[in-house]
Design a protein around this ligand. Structure first.
Ligand code: HEM
Length: 422
């Protein structure tokens, strides 16, 4: 692999994000060392005016400084896209992740109140049942065919999707549509998933409409006939006498799909890949369930499924002695901060017993820290224990197909074989 040079780096170039992770990390290392606020022109998005460009923040300390000062570095102009989207789209697709106080605080309090210990407790029990069933189905798929499976479709995708659908009370009959439409929203415009860039915006809007329609129908049903699920909690919970509107619930559901589904899916699929590339670590974890707590954190640090979130300066600001005018855009590169040698000893070593491991895979200090971190940790831990116990013969047998997205560090496919199947 040739050593990158600063002039040749363009983080807005889509193909860069399909490259193997070692290449990305070599670039992050260089930026962190020599240009920790490197400036890039924005990628073009059809129908959206091109904005002024952005700074790529690659040092841990700077990511933390920005994230922990939400009054100076806002999320409201868009946290999940580089371009400024039209405000109604931004709010609808971003829900609370693209909001600032006081609205963010209000919605977050309602939602957090709905994630009651009882709702979470039920979910946690359910994760084990879902993982066991998914693993058993994967073995049947291998047995019915030539012994191979796709780690993404057969193992990593169904676990978080089923957990979220169970959590929201989505009926079985609607789940295929949920999977199909969420894949469009989460595609990041990958040409294999959204064929025509011109068509991308329409496909995206249509997907949002279908998912919103489903949630509005369910919300109305739960008001009539409450059930033991998160949708019921969301329609009935009040903070300061206010409830979420059906549209706000629909918008939060889309965020849950985006934030909770694809992230955990990629932590699991990329975790399987990392373990196959580090067989001694895989064997260590298989032999010692006590390693699960630190191993889960290392999988999240190593894979950093969300590569960045955006913030925008609300006024002129200083960062590490540099001046930035109001309106400057910053992409907080969690993937780069998670390999910062100032914080992590030997950062490019995959070490399942790394402790402490203050990674920022779930975001850094601040009001937007991942609401689902507890659930995600549980899903990842349970999934890998189920693989170790029931799929000890799982072996990656081909190259991963990488998602060409700067935002999500994703795999589209990962071929594997169950060697115990003849
Ligand atoms: C490995 C899995 C996951 C990763 C890597 C991840 C990562 C993140 C990151 C980086 C943020 C933004 C933090 C910030 O802007 O400061 C976030 C926010 C969020 N996550 Fe997660 N997440 C994961 C799983 C989940 C799950 C399972 C759920 C829910 C079921 C979830 C729900 C959310 C929500 C609702 C937010 C927005 C919080 C807010 O803006 O107040 N996430 N997550």
């Amino acid at each position: 692999m040739s050593t990158p040079t600063l002039d040749a780096i363009d983080l807005s170039e889509r193909t860069f994000w399909g490259a193997p992770p070692e290449q990305r990390h070599a670039v992050f290392d260089l930026l962190r060392r020599e240009s920790p606020f490197a400036f890039f022109a924005e990628p073009q998005v059809p129908y959206i005016p091109v904005g002024p460009g952005y700074h790529a923040v690659t040092r841990y300390a700077d990511v933390e400084a920005i994230s922990s000062q939400p009054a100076l570095f806002a999320s409201g102009s868009g946290a999940v896209s580089i371009a400024d989207m039209p405000p109604d789209l931004n709010e609808f697709y971003g829900s609370l992740i693209s909001m600032d106080d006081p609205r963010h605080g209000k919605i977050r309090r309602i939602v957090a109140k709905a994630f009651t210990p009882r709702v979470l407790e039920n979910l946690v029990g359910n994760v084990q049942a879902v993982a066991d069933d998914v693993v058993a189905r994967a073995r049947r798929t291998a047995e019915a065919g030539d012994g191979t499976i796709d780690v993404v479709a057969d193992l990593a995708a169904p676990i978080p999707l089923r957990v979220i659908c169970d959590m929201m009370g989505i009926p079985e009959a609607d789940r295929a549509m949920v999977l199909q439409q969420s894949t469009v929203i989460l595609s990041g415009g990958d040409p294999e998933l959204v064929e025509d860039e011109e068509y991308m915006v329409t496909a995206f809007l249509k997907a949002g409409e279908l998912l919103a329609g489903l949630m509005e129908r369910l919300a109305a049903e739960r008001l009539e006939r409450p059930a033991d699920d998160l949708t019921t909690a969301l329609v009935t919970t009040e903070v300061d006498g206010e409830r979420l509107s059906h549209q706000e619930i629909a918008s939060f559901f889309i965020l849950l799909l985006v934030a909770g589904n694809e992230t955990t899916r990629n932590a699991i699929s990329q975790g399987v890949l990392a373990l196959s590339e580090h067989p001694a670590e895989r064997d260590r974890w298989a032999a010692d369930p006590g390693l699960t707590r630190t191993a889960v954190e290392e999988v999240v640090r190593w894979t950093s499924p969300i590569t960045w979130m955006r913030r925008t300066a609300t006024r002129d600001v200083e960062l590490s002695g540099q001046h930035f005018p109001a309106g400057s855009k910053f992409l907080l590169f969690y993937a780069a901060a998670n390999r910062d040698p100032a914080v992590f000893a030997d950062p490019h070593r995959f070490d399942l017993s790394r402790d402490p491991n203050p990674h920022v895979g779930f975001g850094s200090r601040g009001p937007h820290f991942c609401l689902g971190a507890h659930l995600a940790r549980r899903e990842i831990g349970v999934a890998f224990r189920a693989f170790a116990d029931h799929l000890p013969d799982l072996e990656v047998c081909g190259e991963p197909a990488r998602l060409q997205s700067s935002f999500v560090n994703g795999l589209k496919r990962l071929p594997a074989r169950l060697t115990g199947v003849r």
